[in-house]
Design a protein around this ligand. Structure first.
Ligand code: KG4
Ligand code: ZN
Length: 484
């Protein structure tokens, strides 16, 4: 085993840091080396404009100081070689990507489990984690190869630590820690839903905080006010199922080909149907529901009854072998379901905009992300709502709406820029070390008026929310007591 180099003193570290090529290129201002060995600071250009943040650690051997990570703002040119690897394994997609801090996607790779999903009708945690284990090395190697870089060229590793399936999260986190340990890289533990929310800023650089965000995926339906990186107000969530789950269930009952994914298959069939053919009722309307929460379980049930009443058996008769008449009925059900499912999103977004404006009158953007945001009807109907409410609708491109490694790498960049990262794992960390996983992890603090019966709020309460954690860490750094 290689002998560990002694840590340099803070003074020595500072000297080396100031001499390093990248820092010299700018005007380093206020670089501080803390007692715990972390160096943080701000870089400014000649005109005094903020150009980026510095981060490094005395735990790196002195010779690696030239590789200290300089994480800069998107416009900073001198940081082309600052590379962040992102790893995603929270559910059924194994994703990895290498992204630069100025927002270029150098390489990415993904292994989807759609086939398995089609076979089992849903995600089976044990099987999903086995698939992640089978593909993780290849996916990371492919992402690096596509990027034309090696592990040793990386500056940091970001990995999803929650929410998600623990067996699956574990695979990604172990892989990330091994790479970070081998190359002494800082790490960022990413909140999966924050990654969905932030990825839009990689593509649409004009999206600034605060913005309203609707996250629609297989497991979550969230309405948030994004105030900053790591700072969210939760305006609403689902009290039972998420919209993606309702799409998947409906697709299965209608006998669609799940290999394409339930949502995309249903969207395709709905194009052939009449959205007004069946009168499903829109969930949570009326004076009892003056909140921003969602419920899709009732709609799912209405759809199931409509399907049964028409003697459709998707298991026995898949769509591919249905008669023309049967196909038309299924298309009408799909279109009618989609109309009401999206209407529910519109209703709640309308109220969320009102609430968000009370907290942040300057909001100008409604961001919609997560797997279901790749749906064309969702995009066009929410686009119309946004323009009626004088907001701009911003969605990531469809391939970045569904789970992927790019969004995790980018969330890592956003955290690194603000100095929010962890030390590399200890060199002597045992392979079976217990890692920090957060299968149930709330993203934001709940808006007072949004406090409700939401079951998922209780379910998600096992860990302190990301927002509370970030706030408490910054209080501690400033010597103020952390709040609960
Ligand atoms: O964000 P995501 O990839 O994974 C989770 O974090 O859950 O979202 C997956 C969900 C699935 O339920 C899938 O059916 C749905 O997003 N989805 C769609 C579409 N594409 C994916 N739903 C409706 N229309 C689509 N085009
Ligand atoms: Zn997701």
């Amino acid at each position: 085993m290689a002998a560990r180099m002694p840590c340099p003193s803070p003074a020595l570290l500072l000297t080396r840091l100031l001499r390093s090529r990248v820092v010299r290129h700018h005007h380093p201002a206020a670089i501080r080396v803390k007692k715990n060995g972390l160096a943080t600071g701000i870089l400014t250009c000649a005109a005094g404009r903020r150009r980026g943040n510095v981060l490094s650690s005395t735990k790196f051997p002195p010779r690696t100081i030239r590789c200290c990570s300089i994480v800069s703002s998107p416009r900073c040119r001198s940081t082309e070689d600052v590379l962040v690897l992102g790893i995603e394994t929270s559910c059924d997609d194994t994703g990895a990507a290498v992204v630069t801090t100025d927002g270029r996607i150098l390489g990415e790779a993904i292994a989807s489990q759609a086939e398995l999903l089609g076979q089992w009708g849903g995600v089976v945690p044990k099987l999903a984690s086995e698939e992640h284990r089978k593909f993780i090395d290849k996916v990371v190697a492919d992402a690096l190869q596509n990027a034309g870089v090696q592990e040793s060229d990386l500056s940091a590793v970001a990995v999803t630590i929650g929410p998600g399936l623990s067996l699956c999260l574990h695979v990604g986190v172990k892989k990330a820690r091994n790479i970070a340990k081998a190359h002494r890289l800082p790490m960022v533990g990413v909140h999966h839903m924050e990654a969905h929310a932030l990825v839009v800023r990689l593509i649409e650089k004009h999206v600034e905080f605060p913005f309203i965000v609707l996250l629609v995926s297989g497991g979550h339906n969230l309405l948030l006010l994004a105030q900053n990186v790591g700072q969210y107000v939760q305006l609403g969530t689902t009290v039972d199922d998420a919209i993606g789950e309702a799409y998947d269930k409906t697709a299965r009952l209608l006998g669609l080909d799940m290999k394409k994914g339930g949502g995309p298959a249903l969207e395709e069939l709905a194009r052939e149907g009449d959205p007004k053919a069946i009168k499903f009722s829109v969930p949570m309307r009326g004076p009892r529901y003056l909140n921003c929460n969602f419920s899709y379980a009732g709609l799912k049930n209405q759809v199931r009854m409509a399907i049964e009443a028409r003697n459709i058996d998707g298991d026995e008769v898949p769509l591919s072998v249905a008669t023309a008449e049967d196909r038309q009925i299924r298309a009408d059900i799909a279109a009618s379901f989609q109309r009401v499912a999206v209407q529910h999103l519109e209703d709640k977004c309308r109220r969320a905009v009102e609430w968000a404006r009370r907290l942040a009158p300057s909001v100008t953007s409604l961001v919609v992300s997560g797997g279901v945001a790749s749906n064309h009807t969702v995009r066009s109907r929410l686009g119309a709502l946004a323009s009626e409410l004088d907001l701009q609708l911003v969605c990531p491109p469809p391939r970045l709406c569904t789970d992927n490694g790019v969004m995790v790498a980018w969330a890592g960049v956003e955290h690194l820029r603000l100095g929010m990262f962890e030390e590399p794992p200890d060199q002597d960390e045992p392979d079976d070390v217990r890692v920090d996983l957060r299968p149930r992890w709330q993203l934001g603090e709940i808006y007072e008026e949004g406090q409700s019966e939401a079951r998922s709020l209780k379910r998600m309460g096992h860990h302190q929310s990301l927002t509370a954690q970030v706030r408490n860490r910054s209080s501690e750094a400033e010597g103020r007591p952390a709040s609960q």
